[in-house]
Design a protein around this ligand. Structure first.
Ligand code: ZN
Length: 162
């Protein structure tokens, strides 16, 4: 079972690779990520956060036993309307901050079998998806916070808000 990769581990700063092979090891990784996310009471997790640098992420559903899997997600539309909520990150324990994001997005992705899909997302789901897709690009909330509300002393200044 993989473990959570924690800030300031340099792997969190790398871009993840596109998934080319949709096999049982991918399904197993998604399942293990769900177990890690559930145990940490998270609402989303990217594969980079468990040390596997592929473009895979999961998002918890309203029913906490359910989760959606996104392979190779690409955001194709960002609404001009923005929203900002206080976000935390399982990889940066103890730190919270307001992050500005698009209120609505559209994205394309593949499922665990490689079949293509698209989705329109709003509300918390749109925020979680933008947060997790940032992880696939090595971007952390520290890069986007408009205001750190908790744990600013835990953050290395060379990775400060930008
Ligand atoms: Zn995160």
């Amino acid at each position: 079972m993989p473990a959570l990769v924690l800030y300031p581990d340099p792997r969190l700063r790398l871009a993840s690779k596109k998934i080319q092979t949709f096999d049982s090891s991918l399904q197993l990784l998604a399942r293990e990520m769900y177990d890690i996310m559930a145990r940490a009471d998270g609402i989303g997790l990217a594969a980079a956060q468990v040390g596997t640098l592929i473009r895979l992420l999961i998002v918890r559903e309203d029913d906490e036993r359910q989760y959606s899997v996104f392979c190779n997600p690409v955001i194709t539309y960002f609404s001009k309307k923005k929203t900002a909520i206080e976000e935390g990150c399982l990889s940066i324990p103890g730190v919270m901050g307001f992050v500005e994001r698009s209120a609505k997005i559209r994205l394309t992705y593949q499922d665990l079998a490689g079949a293509p899909h698209q989705e329109k997302a709003g509300g918390l789901r749109a925020i979680v998806l933008q947060h997790e897709i940032d992880h696939l690009n090595g971007i952390l909330i520290l890069d986007r916070t408009i205001q750190i509300t908790k744990g600013g002393n835990l953050v290395q200044t060379n990775h400060g808000a930008a």
